[in-house]
Design a protein around this ligand. Sequence first.
Ligand SMILES: [Zn+2]
Length: 279
Amino acid sequence: MPYRIAPDIYVYQSSMWQTNSAVIINQTANLVIDPCYFPAEIRVIADFISRKRSFNRYMIFTHSDFDHIVGYQHFKNYKLVAHEEFAFSDRDSQLIQLNEIDQSYYVLRTPPFVFPEPDIVFQGTYRIPINGDELLLVHAPGHTGDCIFVISLAHGIMFAGDYLSNLEFPFVNFSTAAYKKTLDLAGKLVRDHNITCVVPGHGDIADRREEINDRIESDREYLISLTERAQDLFVQGLQAREITEVLSGLTYRNRPIEGVMLKMHIENIKLVVSELQSF
Ligand SMILES: [Zn+2]
């Protein structure tokens, strides 16, 4: 069952990685953000939204990672909206990951998934006016190059894509510098648009300003200590392997990073080292 977070706004959470899809539905518009993940879950969302047929239908992708786009084919006649960089994502790597997971869980997708081609792309910001609200889409690179924030201006709600999760520290696939800037941008957007609710791509909704700021802060602290300590060690002449060894002991929210999360953390360290090497 979805959470209703505003009169016209619903959030569905998948049992896959607690991935959140959102639906905004009123007399004039049907909007879907990141439809996911398992076919049965996506059908529930598609059924729900098909009960109100509005003329303006938009599907917004917060970024091109497969878990956020996988359900779009269940929705017919929607304008697909994404950032311009969406066209440059590594589609093969996304398809390989999706197929691997589908094969191991015996997930059947009909029709088979094909990568979406957005109808509307934009660079910096894009606005979608809907009855009684306006959605503001803002480029937010860092996790990937094509990430965006989606803000409901009337309700002070921000859909953050793969940022500000209570389950994940920053997964940096694009650039640490861009990621840090995007966290600053998130803070500014929260203040400027009086945002009191953040829906992350994965995990729990943050519905208090204190919780939102806390998530921004802990992600910033992690990234700053990761990049500053990597730079120190790099300047001291340590090799990539040694830097990885030292920094794998880094903490997030004062806790050690362990288990599957350690793998993601080590990916971040590798990226930081390659950024330092290419500087
Ligand atoms: Zn994701």
